[in-house]
Design a binder for this molecule. Structure first.
Ligand code: C2E
Ligand code: MG
Ligand code: MG
Ligand code: MG
Length: 287
């Protein structure tokens, strides 16, 4: 409506918008309580080696079970948490919980356990002065080696300036691995790869969706180019959001070594993942 009204006029602050603002404020304060009341938990989506079919890792994905609203998707509350700054304590909790879970799997399943855990990190967390020390402390408390941890960051958060670049460099020196999430959707993908110590490229689901739907040669081209890029730069290429056998097959042909998606497994509870982990056997790759 604001656009149709033209540049010269201000958008009217409609009652419906007002209630959205109120909802955001309320969601924010409820989220604060959610952390205290343990309404948050993690689901883990397996990452598979597409060549061997074995599970090599898992991505921790936060979930909120609201007492009244029910399940609130992260796409709704993560942006709210980022704006309010709550993403910092929330993200700290996710990092520690995910690392503790991997340590538990390793203790229970030994060599059969997955080797790595992926944790999403918001721009705001990277800007916190103590972030590198926090990661180091979590690793030492849980007994994980740094290479077990993959931090997923987006291109836009990486482009946040000097301090973030120093943080990523320090994390790299610590031995933690860095993945560029939603790769291909950002602004300056290629220069980023030279300036930052990136280990993994995660092709965004939107490009995977374009594979095998016949029409979309553009998205297919991006998917293929990202795999090539990863190969030349000696990075791991991960495809996310694989939903069909045909997509899986094409991605494997393109050179994707790793993949995630509902076709293989949805985000799971820890016990469900452990069961699948044991069934798919010992992982053979480091990633
Ligand atoms: P993401 O990091 O790109 O995670 C992948 C999302 O795609 C997840 O959604 C996952 O459930 C979904 N997905 C995976 N495979 C498929 C598939 O085959 N089909 C479809 N339709 N979806 C698939 P989810 O869990 O709703 O998370 C959405 C986003 O919220 C994440 O995108 C991430 O950006 C953010 N997020 C989730 N947990 C955290 C967290 O702990 N911290 C931060 N900062 N962000 C998080
Ligand atoms: Mg992610
Ligand atoms: Mg992603
Ligand atoms: Mg995504």
């Amino acid at each position: 409506a604001a656009k149709a009204a033209g540049k010269a006029t201000w958008a009217r602050f409609e009652p419906r918008m007002r209630s959205e603002v109120v909802n955001h404020a309320r969601l924010g304060s409820e989220l604060h309580n959610a952390i205290i009341r343990h309404e948050l938990y993690l689901a883990y989506q397996p990452v598979f080696d597409l060549v061997t079919g074995r599970m090599s890792g898992a991505e921790a994905l936060v979930r909120w079970r609201h007492p009244v609203r029910g399940a609130v998707p992260p796409a709704e509350f993560i942006p709210v948490a980022e704006r309010s700054g709550l993403i910092v304590p929330l993200g700290s909790w996710v990092l520690r919980e995910a690392c503790e879970q991997l340590a538990r799997w390793q203790a229970e399943h030994g060599a059969a356990a997955i080797r790595s855990i992926n944790v999403n990190v918001a721009a705001r967390q990277l800007r916190e002065a103590g972030f590198v020390d926090e990661v180091a402390a979590v690793l030492s408390d849980t007994g994980l080696i740094p290479a077990n941890l993959v931090l997923e960051v987006t291109e836009s958060s990486v482009l946040d300036g000097r301090q973030v670049r120093d943080t990523l460099q320090a994390l790299h020196e610590l031995g933690v691995r860095l993945a560029l999430d939603d790769f291909g959707t950002g602004q300056s993908s290629l220069s980023l790869l030279r300036a930052f110590p990136v280990d993994v490229l995660k092709l965004d689901k939107s490009f995977v969706d374009g594979i095998c739907d016949g029409e979309d040669r553009g998205r297919l081209a991006v998917a293929a180019a990202v795999a090539q890029l990863a190969e030349y730069l000696d990075l791991y290429a991960v495809a996310e959001g694989i939903e069909t056998a045909a997509q899986l097959e094409r991605l494997r042909e393109m050179g994707y070594r790793l993949g995630q998606g509902y076709f293989m497994a949805k985000p799971l509870a820890p016990a469900e993942l452990a069961e699948l982990m044991v069934r798919t056997g010992r992982p053979v790759t480091a990633a």
